[in-house]
Ligand binder design. Sequence first.
Ligand code: UN1
Length: 496
Amino acid sequence: MPENFQNFIAGEWVAPSTGNYFENRNPADWNDLIGCFPRSGPEDATRAIASARRGFVQWSRTPAPLRGAVLQRVGELLVQQQEAIARAMTREMGKVLAETRGDVQEGIDTAFYAASEGRRLFGRVVPSELRNKWAMSYRRPIGVAGIITPFNFPMAIPTWKMFPALLCGNAVIFKPAEDVPHTGHLLVEVLLEAGLPPEVIQLVHGQGSVVGRALIEHPEVPVISFTGSTETGAIIGATCGRMHKRLSLEMGGKNAMIVMDDADLDLALDGVVWGAFGTTGQRCTATSRLILHEKIHDRFLKMLGDRAGTLRLGPGLEERTEVGPLIHEESRQKVDRYVGIGKKEGAAVLVGGSTASGGALDTGWFYQPTVLAGVNPGMRVAQEEIFGPVLSAINVGSLDEAVRVNNDVPYGLSSSLYTRDVNAAFRAMADLDNGITYINAPTIGAEAHLPFGGVKQTGNGHREGGWEVYDFYSETKVCYVDYSGQLQRAQIDTYD
Ligand code: UN1
């Protein structure tokens, strides 16, 4: 009998009001059933919100350094449990162990950063324009934060959102992606073990269209943070706009790596293989376009074809595996559909191009690492997010053209440039229209203590991580204290 996991609502592990559960299976072996998780209804979300409101009253009055101490303990527990959680995560979503260990590490880094922020969370004291008057700003918690997260970084992304939200004094309702409920469960267990007051965190499993929607549409959830598709983000944005909610969106990407004729090609090769096929291409930061200077175009594609063709596919739990499966059948079909579209548009399949089979691969959602050559910048495979191990190679004649091609897509998350010309690199950093640019490194590899996010259809102007996210999860309050004992009118009595 598979285990039935529960929601965590109002300080207790409880069954969903619907009585319904969904199966969670290993994408590398669909015969491996991890457990069944609640398919919750709107009532579960409503109960969670009522409880989180109570949690908020208590937590928002807890001094920030003490909130930080809880997050310090969270980080320590994640260190102790890193290996176990990484294994559970690989089993649940497929990426290789080295990557799931890194995913937990990102959670650890985020916890320790948040813990230290508890002793900063700076406001400002600034001079008033009037005598005997103080002017200052400080941060207040907002309320209940609804956190809706994707499958590809089951630990890092929830912690990017949750830990700063908690440190700022908010209560959190967590709705993990349906593909990774087990990692969500383990994370909430860690928070509770660390001593977070139970009503400050609620875990409600289920569908985005039911649970996510209930959070977004409820007036007592004033802050929403969502990472996922641009289409879903647009729907969430419409509702949050209508209800005047604070909303952070992290959505699609179509990230490019540019390799110039003066680049270290071996270095660029390592970079593109990691950028395009790490996490089986299922990152919003994945390298999905390769823009090659014409002088090295053929040579580099040859090197890439040779390397990509030898990548070892398999279950991520096997240490030898380099590329794990896709998350589910629908995703594999989508990837295959895009390869078909690319071929129809005139691209050539340099390597890969179909599902992978044989032995252990027959019971998982495997797809061959694929490189499409001869891609034109306007083709759909060069414009649309595929979210799989498919890389589109584009030939250009100059850096200016490469920058234009990079910028000419609806998204703007990350970009990468390989060159030895420092002047060209600095010029390009200014011109590449992305939230993140890497020089001589691939499009992935954001660090937890720097702001993360993108421009255009990738986001709505907010950043996760780093110092900026603390602005998102707090309300600025300004206080003026006039100790002059008389009415002083700003702007009017100032220059008397
Ligand atoms: C994502 O791509 O979905 O920069 C998040 C990176 C990771 C986080 C990526 N630190 O690739």
